[in-house]
Design a protein around this ligand. Sequence first.
Ligand code: ZN
Length: 259
Amino acid sequence: MNYLDKMNRKRIIINGQDRTGWDAEDGTTAQIALIKTLIRWIGKSDKERVLTTNKKASSKLDLSQELDWLIMEIREKGLCLESILSTRKLLIVVDMQEDFVRGALGSPAAEKIVPKVKDKIDECSMDDIIFLRDTHGEDYLETQEGKLLPVMHCIKGTAGHKIISELDTKGYDIFDKPTFGYADLKYELITRYDAGYFYDEIELCGLCTDICIVSNALILKAAFPETTITVDASCCAGTSEERHKAALLTMKSCQVNIM
Ligand SMILES: [Zn+2]
């Protein structure tokens, strides 16, 4: 069963050069999901095309034609269409914001991972990327987190709340979370699943290993026990080296794949 089967919940065969049995009545969302995947694999330079395609998404005929062109391009590049469609990978970039890198709660360890996280995003080896942002209001010091950590940070609308400019967020979803773990992540991914996105592996990177990375990794592990949850240790930094290592060990105990 490949991605197309799962997407349309019926058999669609891709045989040699031909795509047969495509039924355009099967929802535009699913077609867009497939187009996005193919464009990601063809290359970063085609990112703009995703947006153009989305804009004219009202015409099912255009989308079918776009799919034909993409499948042809994939084959011309010598990529295997079947293997592209059978696995999908989601990257979640956690709290790579000014205040955690160079601002109120910044650290040299956080600055050190920036080029690696940037490379990971630019490589485009993922099918999709989600960015999470730690987000507080002016009343931060009155909150439980603020009382225990009385350092104003990631206040919505401030420069410190922004994702660092080195990272290219264009075309990707950004979600604001009011605390360490993003509780709605489960519902967001279930919605995508229903729309035709199936993630075999979810990888996390960003800040901080011992707070927001561990919180979100365990939320995902609880919500999707059959999905491989991976944390790239070289693209994370903790509030200290000791706590970074301790958090990795805790996640490993919970069967999170540490790379
Ligand atoms: Zn915070």
